[in-house]
Design a protein around this ligand. Sequence first.
Ligand SMILES: Nc1ncnc2c1ncn2[C@@H]1O[C@H](COP(=O)(O)OP(=O)(O)OP(=O)(O)O)[C@@H](O)[C@H]1O
Ligand SMILES: [Mg+2]
Length: 367
Amino acid sequence: MNVTRLTFEQFRNLENGDIFPCDSINVIHGSNAQGKTNLLEAIWLFTGGHSFRGTKDAELPRLIDGKNADSASLSMSLFTEGREQELQLHFKNGRRSSVINGVEKKTGSALVGKFCAVIFSPEHLLLVKEGPARRRAFIDGALCQAKPAYARVLANYNKALLQRNALLKDMVRHPELRDTLDIWDERLVLFGTQVVLERIAFCRQLAPKAVEIYAGIAKEKEAVSFDYAPFDGADDLISVTESFAAALKNAQNTDIRMGFTSVGPHRDDLSIEINGLSARTYGSQGQQRSIVLALKLAEADILFEKTGERPVILLDDVMSELDMSRRDYLLNHLDGRQVFITCCDPETVRLMEKGRGFLIENGRVKN
Ligand SMILES: Nc1ncnc2c1ncn2[C@@H]1O[C@H](COP(=O)(O)OP(=O)(O)OP(=O)(O)O)[C@@H](O)[C@H]1O
Ligand SMILES: [Mg+2]
């Protein structure tokens, strides 16, 4: 899918008006605080998701004399499913509504599935830099987009986990409750096995794509690997069920003592290595950035395989810390995808073989 026109009205600091992106690389450049990230955020909001910066909807309308205006609107022309489509997103008094091809919808979430995008923003570097929770959240988030039924499986698991943890805490005062622990273990194993199997299948799709993209970014100078294998080689219903049940049983005494569940998919990690070393501990800034990019672009490729439509790629401030050959990959080797890249350096536009540059100054976008 391609965004062919984007219109802003009272949105953040962006001047009211239209921009007309091209269907390949769009570089949005300008000094700090001019509105580059605001522009990517405007596009992202059409996915129906929350702002990737954690901003509340009521804070999106233009600030006038230190107060947010009551409303803001965005509209997008989008080429998808073989035709031009029109989407609108309205923010009024902190609430969203939308219009899809002229049909009014009471919510913004009606847009979910209409417009698909993948965003890289500097905060996403935490995906490599921080602990396993970030990587689990990435896998789970990507899985929920690619396979919406997964959200229910995960919710069932999390509910069973909360209940088991509550029981473990109660057992300090009521040791007789131990008899009921097996019931919760069974539920945890039932849902946890589904979570693990879905994640294994997803990571098996993701890993080779991310490895190939990383090789492109790093010009094959480094070997990267991604591995999600919570129970060693176990990868089918019977072996994962047995392994998880055994691990849970093994940990029962520890769990009772500590008052929480110490094993299961809520503790798993996606291991990422470069040339055999942990990317989190030993990766350079540029390597870590390249890994997150490879994962995000691989996620976009999986969505493309599922839906037949290529998601729009939004890359916020991705160029800093990347050497020339890595920049060249992003600017000239993402064929067939519509990409929006923000950066401060106007020279970036010159490195691009085809595409369009937009200068943004104080919220005004110039072609
Ligand atoms: N609701 C709003 N109304 C008006 N201006 C806003 C609003 N929200 C943010 N801004 C302004 O937008 C500007 C920041 O825009 P943005 O984050 O897009 O900058 P940027 O070009 O991405 O900068 P950097 O290169 O530093 O990342 C700030 O000056 C901020 O005050
Ligand atoms: Mg920015």
